[in-house]
Ligand binder design. Structure first.
Ligand code: 9WN
Length: 424
């Protein structure tokens, strides 16, 4: 590495750290100052991974603050609302979820009633490694909450009984407007009106059904119309389950139940979501029983599985590097297959490149020794933020920034990328 590059990376590090400092509220980091003024669960987890390098004390506070919103069932809500923001600062606010009326919801803090990809155990492991476990009370407080979070997912959300968790709302995927949700959302409409992203009415209808049923597992299993096994959600669940086994060791608890759970998730991912004929993972719609045809960036997330068979790793790398994804984009990885009719370079989760999905694939590629893919993702992500700043998402062809500015996970995950370069 030449001196100029080191200088640039030092400046980039400082700029990323400034974004995280500015978005820190004292207890948590907001995803972006204007657009998202509350605490989101997977944003906090991504942000914690960066904070582990910059301010590990804040990373600990961030995670503990998120778990203030955990329900008695173990559910970690996807939004924990700030009590100081004006009620109309973000739609949908607490009035949609009515968590205060739910016996299982926490008192004194409003939350949503959905969850998001459960990355928190993996973040906790990053934090514990960064601090060398210096703060015992952090692990002692957080470990049982993480165990309860995973127990909830296995007990109430393994709706197909396969070992995989099901999503009950596009917001649970984190990739809200993904074209993969178009067919199941079309089916949700009583008149079967075609769906092509961004229709808040259908999102709200789904929430209203869940809320009326008290967010109960039986309703989700028997009656809820949107039930999907998603490869990204489940790959994150698997990575966090492995992390939980390591945390158990550190906490003096028994890691074996987590190792067994990881084995079950691994088997189910391969059995239920691998599409050998297409060479990628796809989401399965449990209401039709079928795999959803659209190929999206979520299909590569099982690279996070350390036990993924070699031939599958190679297939995924080939597809990722092909003209369907990275091969035809100057700034990969686009959210959706560029050759799909649904691809739209500017539409939310339907084409643009995001730092968090790049980071997940980078972590998976690195773990499997896919250096070509890992280097490509590193370079693409760093070029994006150098060129356009820490934007929410980016045009995959010319790298121009879109969505909000000073987006926390874009800054945080760049710190983790740079830290990996700096490591001996
Ligand atoms: C709904 C906060 C969140 C992210 C999601 C992203 C977007 C919310 C929205 O913003 O979702 O949860 O208003 O669209 O899709 O991944 O966690 O950054």
């Amino acid at each position: 590495m030449g001196p100029r590059l080191i200088g640039d990376e030092t400046a980039l590090w400082a700029a990323a750290a400034r974004v995280l400092d500015a978005n820190w509220t004292g207890a948590a980091t907001v995803p972006s100052p204007g657009l998202y003024p509350h605490q989101w669960s997977w944003d906090s987890a991504f942000t914690g991974i960066g904070l582990a390098h910059h301010r590990p004390d804040r990373a600990e506070t961030e995670l503990l603050s998120l778990f203030r919103g955990q329900w008695a069932t173990g559910l970690v809500p996807h939004i924990v609302f700030s009590s100081t923001e004006p009620r109309r600062a973000y739609f949908p606010g607490p009035e949609l979820w009515l968590s205060a009326a739910q016996p299982a919801a926490p008192r004194g803090v409003d939350t949503s009633g959905l969850t998001q990809p459960p990355l928190q155990a993996l973040t906790a492991l990053h934090v514990v490694r960064a601090t060398g476990g210096a703060d015992r009370s952090f692990l002692t407080s957080l470990y049982p909450c993480l165990v309860a979070q995973h127990a909830y997912l296995a007990r109430d959300r393994d709706i197909g009984g396969s070992g995989l968790v099901s999503l009950c709302h596009p917001w649970e995927s984190g990739l809200d407007d993904s074209p993969a949700w178009d067919p199941p959302l079309t089916a949700v409409d009583p008149h079967g009106a075609a769906y092509a992203g961004g229709d808040h009415d259908r999102y709200v209808t789904l929430v209203a059904g869940m809320r009326a049923a008290g967010y109960r597992a039986e309703y989700l299993r028997d009656d809820h119309p949107f039930v999907i096994e998603d490869p990204l959600f489940n790959a994150v669940y698997l990575a966090s389950t492995h992390a939980l086994a390591e945390l158990a060791d550190l906490a003096g608890a028994d890691p074996r139940p987590h190792r067994e759970a990881a084995e079950r998730i691994h088997d189910a991912l391969l059995e239920r979501l691998w599409d050998g004929s297409a060479g990628c993972f796809r989401a399965r719609d449990l209401r039709t029983g079928r795999l959803i045809r659209e190929t999206t960036v979520a299909g590569f997330a099982p690279l996070l599985d350390p036990e993924l068979p070699d031939e599958i790793v190679r297939s995924l790398a080939d597809l990722l590097l092909s003209a369907h994804f990275a091969g035809a984009a100057g700034y990969p990885v686009p959210t959706c297959d560029i050759q799909s009719e649904a691809f739209d370079r500017g539409a939310y989760w339907r084409g643009p490149t995001w730092v968090n999905t790049n980071w997940l694939l980078w972590a998976g590629a690195r773990a499997h020794g896919l250096s070509t893919v890992a280097d490509l993702l590193f370079g693409s992500t760093v070029r994006l933020v150098r060129q356009s700043g820490f934007r929410e998402y980016f045009d995959p062809f010319d790298g121009s920034g879109r969505g909000s500015h000073d987006f926390s996970w874009s800054a945080a995950l760049v710190l983790d990328l740079l830290a990996a370069r700096r490591a001996p």
